[in-house]
Design a protein around this ligand. Structure first.
Ligand SMILES: [Zn+2]
Length: 241
């Protein structure tokens, strides 16, 4: 199984979480929120099988950390994975959209320069804007829209731009989330938790909670767990090979 978007460095005991992932054979994409956090986060799981560390600059921090872009550029050749990046159009962060756009465009340009990346992308309240940018940088890599909450039209547009979608336990308990999961074709879906930011029943999610999504998909698709696992494994293989 997999967690394609979690913040390992932000758990109070990352080592315990990492052990749990290894015991459960999880493939984990450990995303970061600032370029400065990359080295330390990478060191946490260096040599641990099936762990990848993505280099990111979170859109909610763009206005405070724009000056870290040169550091971002100096690290980009160290990893094939980029995230968390994107745009946030929610009320709190909309005032910083210019800075967010500068950062996002810069990163997409760098991704395009250094070769195809796998990118975990935040698009809260800004799906169309994110897609506009992805359209301008078609060779940046494969975008994974994390916790996508757009419309069906936006979903189709995203698919035409080559996007995949990582869905988490929180989406399986909201009406909108459930509907979106239904729309996503089976060969475009991946699992994430967004722990420890995301919660379920006030509990911080952990990578092993990705099994909750597996069970949910098995019920929704009327397919045995093993079949769903195979579909997801193939999606992951196509993405990373
Ligand atoms: Zn996140």
């Amino acid at each position: 199984m997999m967690d394609m978007h979690c913040h390992i460095d932000l758990y109070s005991d990352p080592d315990e979480i990492i052990r749990e992932c290894v015991q459960n054979n999880l493939y984990v994409l450990s995303v970061t929120t600032t370029p400065r956090a990359w080295k330390g986060t990478y060191a946490l799981t260096k040599g641990v099988p099936r762990f990848k560390t993505a280099l990111g600059l979170h859109p909610q921090l763009a206005h405070e950390r724009e000056h870290e872009l040169p550091l971002f550029d100096s690290l980009i050749t160290e990893t094939k994975y980029v995230g968390e990046i994107g745009l946030d159009g929610s009320k709190e962060y909309l005032p910083y959209i210019d800075s967010q756009l500068r950062v996002f465009r810069h990163i997409l340009k760098e991704c395009q320069k250094s070769g195809s990346k796998i990118m975990s992308i935040h698009s809260r309240g800004a799906v169309s804007l994110v897609l506009d940018e992805l359209e301008k940088y078609p060779n940046a890599g494969t975008p994974i829209l994390h916790w996508f909450l757009g419309t069906k039209k936006e979903l189709n547009r995203a698919m035409n731009l080559g996007c995949m979608f990582s869905v988490g336990p929180a989406m399986t308990v909201s009406q909108k989330g459930k509907k979106i999961i239904e729309w996503i074709p089976r060969d475009k879906i991946l699992i994430e938790t967004d722990g420890p930011f995301a919660t379920l029943d006030k509990r911080k999610l952990r990578p092993i909670d990705s099994f909750l999504v597996l069970e949910y998909l098995s019920k929704e698709w009327c397919a045995p767990i093993e079949t769903v696992k195979n579909i997801l494994r193939n999606n992951l293989k196509r993405l990373i090979l």
